[in-house]
Design a protein around this ligand. Structure first.
Ligand code: AMP
Ligand code: MG
Length: 408
């Protein structure tokens, strides 16, 4: 086991241990938030035919050349038929002819433009055209969205509303997505009590169990919360056995150097091969990472903010890699620092940061209270400000790296 490694090295070790999971088909209506397991190609042109994008008259553009605002006379064309959306015409538009056409109807043979109905005047079986059109006006071309066989969506794409629309346009009733990683959460500690249970003096509420389970769901995992293991070998071993079928096992608490911090030893006794313990970061230093077969096992610190930050930095990218995301999160960016920061150097720090409400550039300030027990700081903060280990002071106005804590 590697002792006390740097953040980037720890992230690299986690990412290289995580493998993309296999594909499973889901109905399109259930694909939102899932990750595409394969490239999706258009099986035909989208749209499949050239069509009118306005209500009006399908014409040969050259026939309208004598009309226009300054034109003396209007052009008069013979109307062959009415064409609603939903079926092609069997007629061909010849010289000085037109077909009345509705938005979405296939452009008839012979026509190369549509004159908007607002620029016309119908009388009997003829129409007067008051404005010249050019070839291509008011029509949508076959394949202008996607060409046959063109990649519509790439493997690794998260399916949102727009992707859902593209999949539907491509005729996909079922979508190949990566299986969600099964992620089991175990809270540890003799002092923690579930919300809703009776709490005695010296006990505290279990916030990590619910918070980490929520983070797992938000990351795209199929999360199961396995309850609290007490700081005793038998209790831990029992929970670890229950977590055996999970792709990812996440424990909180018991990974420091205290007398009751049994997690590391018990994990190894349960067959987990340690990869690293302790990362030179703040908060989250005592984080443990190991593997058991294909299972990834994380021992996160018990402090609520440390546990959440460590989940974001290490567990979230593992989940996203298993989901087959190309660039596993959390999403990073840059912002302008709104207020000076002064720190004790030595570890890469992840300061909870508050984004300014508006403005042309992102501005961020460190949340006032960075103590790791203050969970409220996580509610107020949307980002983490990344401060390299050797930095003691950053002035307001400088650019800093940030990590977004919410979904992308
Ligand atoms: P530990 O890492 O087990 O030494 O815990 C560090 C601190 O986090 C202690 O103050 C614990 O009481 C607290 N803690 C541990 N687990 C939880 C939890 N599930 N929910 C809230 N606080 C916790
Ligand atoms: Mg503990």
């Amino acid at each position: 086991m590697t002792l006390m490694i740097e953040y980037q090295d720890a992230r690299t070790l986690v990412l290289s241990a995580a493998k993309a999971l296999p594909a499973e088909p889901v109905p399109l209506a259930e694909a939102l938030g899932r990750t595409l397991a394969r490239n999706v190609r258009a099986r035909e042109d989208i749209p499949p035919f050239t069509k009118a994008t306005m209500d009006g008259y399908a014409v040969r553009a050259a026939d309208t050349r004598r009309s226009g605002p300054e034109a003396v006379g209007e052009v008069e064309l013979g109307v062959l038929e009415d064409l609603p959306a939903g079926r092609p015409s069997r007629r061909t538009v010849g010289p000085c002819q037109a077909i009345r056409i509705m938005t979405g109807a296939p452009l008839p043979d012979g026509a190369d433009a549509v004159v908007m109905v607002e620029d016309t005047e119908a009388f009997g079986r003829s129409v007067r055209v008051r404005r010249e059109v050019r070839p291509g006006d008011n029509i949508g071309l076959a394949g202008e969205d996607l060409r046959t066989n063109e990649v519509a969506l790439e493997r690794g794409t998260v399916i949102g509303p727009a992707e859902t629309g593209v999949l539907a346009a491509a005729g996909m009733a079922r979508v190949p997505v990566t299986r969600r990683p099964k992620l089991a959460v175990i809270a540890t500690g003799d002092e923690i009590v579930e919300p809703g249970e009776r709490k005695r003096r010296g006990q505290i509420r279990n916030s990590n169990g619910p918070a980490l389970t929520a983070m797992a769901v938000e990351a795209g995992a199929a999360a199961a919360y396995l309850g609290i293991a007490r700081d005793r070998k038998a209790s831990l071993a029992g929970k670890l056995a229950r977590g055996k079928g999970a792709d990812i096992l996440v424990l909180s608490g018991g990974v420091s150097v205290g007398d009751y911090d049994l997690v590391k030893d018990e994990l190894q006794a349960a067959g987990v091969r340690p990869v690293f313990w302790q990362v030179r970061i703040k908060p989250g230093k005592p984080v443990f990472f190991g593997v058991r077969g294909r299972q990834l096992v994380f021992g996160l610190p018990g402090n609520p903010t440390s546990a959440m930050v460590a989940f974001l930095l290490f567990v979230r990218p593992a989940v996203e890699t298993m989901l087959g995301r190309k660039v596993p999160g959390p999403a990073a960016g840059r912002a302008i620092l709104a207020e000076d920061i002064t720190l004790k150097p030595g570890r890469t720090q992840f300061l909870r940061g508050v984004l300014a409400d508006s403005g042309p550039v992102l501005r961020v300030a460190a949340y006032g209270d960075q103590r790791s027990g203050v969970l409220r700081s996580m509610v107020r903060s949307r980002v983490l400000i990344v401060v390299p280990a050797d930095v003691r002071h950053i002035e307001a106005g400088r650019e800093v790296e940030i990590i977004f804590m919410d979904g992308r």
